[in-house]
Design a protein around this ligand. Sequence first.
Ligand code: FES
Length: 100
Amino acid sequence: MAKWRKACAVDDFQSTYKFVYRRKEIALYKLEDGIYATDNSCSHEYSPLHEGMIIGDDVYCPKHGSRFDIRTGAVKDFPATRPVATYPTKVEDGYVWVKM
Ligand code: FES
């Protein structure tokens, strides 16, 4: 059952952050309207998405440039063909929480 996990302080990062919980890596993204979370591993060949380039609401994988919608995890550009998982987030008392 998914539970809320404390990831980091909101002020700990500018645009992306890697949160690790029990060996599972989650990428956090700060967008204009809030903080979002996806699996950190690209669905193509497992590169870390928190190192990717953010343009608008999309993250570009640093290895081959697949583009994912940060809000939904959907693939918007190849070579990836499978989405990445997304996770609910919330901010409380200055900390980011991820439900996973
Ligand atoms: S590893 Fe991400 S696009 Fe290839």
